[in-house]
Design a protein. Sequence first.
Length: 343
Amino acid sequence: MRAAASALALMIGLAAAVAGAKPVPGTATSDEYLGLQRPSTAQQLERNWVPDPRRTVHYVAPAEADPAVRRYLRHNIALFRRDIATAQSPLFLFLPGTGGAPDHSKWLLSAAADQGYRAIGLMYDDMPATAEACSHDPDPTCAGRLRAKRIFGEPVSDDIDDLPAEAVVSRLVATLKWLAAHHPDEGWETYLDAQGAPLWSRIAVSGHSQGAGIAAFIAKRREVARVALFSSPWDYYHAMVDGTDQRVVAPWVSAPESATPPDRWFAVLHAAEPQARNILKAYRALRVPAAHVHVLALPPRGKGSAHGSVSSDFTTPLDAAGAPAYLGDWRFLLGQPVAGPTG
């Protein structure tokens, strides 16, 4: 059923392109999709950086890190502060939202580096969103199966066509190995265990929107150093409750089991975003302590959305000095990095 729906969406997009109409967002012919299938340009990589001579920055092309990656090719970004980072510094892994790329959130990545993390903004197959792919599927497990495939490469969902090499964990491992090989004195290999898998105890997982859902799913399955969620997840399914069609939190979200204890979970959202109520419901289901949730409320910059403004370089509000107005909230989510075991 979902495979047929995906095929139909692709046909609609192709038909629109042939007819000269505006392609359907998220289909293989939309500008949003096509813009993620090429490496980042120099302008995209350099915009919005605040110069800091203490910062080391690396741009890693996904297909260079692993030639098996064929899609979603915007550059990964890795950075740290040479005067702060040590051999014990944890890694801050940030995953952008649907249609996003790592170069959209450089200010947040810089904030993580300024607090002593090494940071990686990771590109991944971020279309379609889980909410889009599962919105009309009555199966309560749809969202969980989709995320398991997108993150770990598990062959458990037909709702997306993600390749195993393009799974989030595969991309992270390939990026860390590339960094370790090309910059052997910087310690990137310390975030991999003896088998070459991510050493999650040394990694803080984070993301915006779909990326936050991915971070939460990882933290439920693996014990991570910290979780920092930006406006997600809101995975749900439709069910009849007391005779009415209602949105019910997806089972993977509400399941009581979590490898990462509650005191390591932190989250923000914007009070004006359309899914605010469902996001708060998900945060409660994930057992994020109420004191660890910040509800933001400043108007987005420009014509941006409240949803994107919590982390995006383009729309996050600025203070009088031109710095991100939510920097204090970001620092709260990031916390004081705590060194974990190195092997």
